[in-house]
Design a protein around this ligand. Structure first.
Ligand SMILES: [Zn+2]
Ligand SMILES: [Zn+2]
Length: 302
């Protein structure tokens, strides 16, 4: 791993479920999971099947003696609690290790808390190990639009947005806005900011508006990278309007209006093969030249 203090690595790019017919070799098969390294802090968004490979990487890094970072302390954020964003959790090796301190940070979606949802997922009817039986330490934190997470040199704290200006010496900052376009409770869009003014906005499972969603445009303004849902082609969108996903045209419009530096199209439909995704990438570049299909193992240093 390079020495930069602020890194992002993508472990899962798919929406709905991992493609099952073996055609997706270039962009990847795993569902949502993104890793950030901010100083010594490890931050993860969503526990789709991509988190399984992340667990393997972390064990390797620990074995190889990565002492610069605290890899036992994991800050796991969730955009929402649909199964494609949770399905890797029971297979995330770090949860089975007693040294792991897992901070589970999520806004509430509908009446279900993250704790309720994970307990459901790991209930005896569905999985052989329950949450209570996991040897790792688990600490749940509530997040909302009016709260901000700050990463300091050695620790992190969650404060009310009105107290945010009083937090000094932060090296990383995570804020969110709620988006209501995704069915049954919506989803949370996150912004990860680093002290050197670089930032990434992660907006998956969102559906576009005519003219672009003004709130996302404002939230993402000037970001280095916008990761935006682009599950459907325009033709598919006509069939699945209201399902809470976007087209590349919608994503490009947001990127353009928010004047971000780079757009990563995300939440690829499991039915789209490599050739189709490459074609969509080319078409998207006609609208917003700095557009890339998100792919597994993409890494960025800031
Ligand atoms: Zn999804
Ligand atoms: Zn969803």
């Amino acid at each position: 791993m390079p020495k930069a203090e602020f890194r992002m690595k993508i472990y899962g790019v798919r929406g709905s479920y991992p493609p099952t017919n073996g055609f997706a070799t270039h962009f990847g098969v795993n569902t949502t999971c993104i890793r950030f390294d901010i100083g010594k802090h490890l931050i993860v968004f969503d526990a789709g099947t991509g988190i399984i490979n992340l667990g393997n990487d972390l064990l390797k890094e620990i074995k190889n003696g990565n002492s610069r970072q605290n890899l036992w302390k994991i800050h796991l954020f969730f955009t929402h609690l649909h199964i494609d964003h949770l399905m890797g959790f029971p297979y995330f090796s770090m949860i089975y290790i007693p040294q792991t301190e897992l901070h589970l940070i999520s806004p509430r979606i509908l009446v279900y808390s993250l704790k309720d949802s994970l307990e459901m997922l790991m209930s005896p009817a569905l999985f052989p190990v329950t949450m209570n039986e996991l040897p790792s330490r688990k600490i749940f934190h509530d997040l909302a639009e009016n709260r901000v997470v700050f990463f300091l040199e050695d620790d992190f704290q969650i404060v009310h947005v009105t107290d945010a200006p009083s937090v000094k010496n932060w090296i990383g900052k995570i804020s969110c806005i709620r988006n209501y376009t995704h069915p049954k409770g919506g989803t949370y869009i996150y912004k990860v900011e680093f002290q050197n003014n670089h930032s990434v906005v992660f907006a998956t499972d969102v559906e576009g508006f005519v003219g672009g969603d003004q709130r996302i445009i404002n939230f993402a303004r000037g970001a280095d990278i916008l990761i935006h849902d682009a599950q459907y082609t325009l033709r598919e969108y006509e069939m699945f309007q209201g399902f809470g996903h976007s087209t590349y045209e919608m994503a490009c419009e947001i990127a353009k209006k928010a004047e971000v530096k780079k757009l990563l199209l995300f939440h690829h439909d499991p039915k789209h093969d490599d050739a189709e995704l490459s074609e969509l990438e080319m078409k998207a570049r006609e609208i917003f030249p700095e557009t890339y299909m998100a792919s597994e193992n993409m890494e960025f240093n800031f």
